[in-house]
Design a protein around this ligand. Sequence first.
Ligand SMILES: [Zn+2]
Length: 211
Amino acid sequence: MRILAISDRVQEAIYSPQIRDMYGDVDLVIGCGDLPFSYLEYIATMLPIPVVYVFGNHDKVQHMSDGRMVTAAEGCILLEGESIMTQGALIAGLGGSMRYQPNSINQYTDSEMRGRIAALAPKLLANKVRYGRYLDILITHSPPLGIHDGEDLPHTGFKSFLTFMHYFKPRYLLHGHTHLYRRDTISSTCYRDTEVINVYPNRLIDWNSDE
Ligand SMILES: [Zn+2]
């Protein structure tokens, strides 16, 4: 299966009719947050495949060019605290960033994120019973603590994601939020059974589900 993962920045080649030539062989699109809903909707319109996504810390009500005010991307699947089976992959999502402003949406303390994981856990346990595994891919916006994260509070990763990988063993954790400015910055790290990938601003992932 071929996955196009995107985050944080609109890419011209994707936001144009070229997308059909460049990404016509993709099976699934995964948005890791902080993307305009109109961008996700465009992709969902142009490619006949599922587009799943989570929120970033900057995703609030968005004003569309036709005057609509929207809180979600139409035709796309929002995976906040949810798990689904699509294209043969079990996917769950936990968006948002570390809390750095009180009362802001899509920001969480580590203990609030632990609570969200606890709320998601029964769905992952149901996956384990039904499919023999908790999940294949966890979509987040922020990275885990100590992996591709930053020094300042907004860019600090979640410790609770390390615990998540320890217990639920996803094949991939895909995140954004950490902008890459240098080509040699590490953007893929193995942690236990999981490959943690910073997808900023876009990344193609070929996943052989038989492995
Ligand atoms: Zn962000």
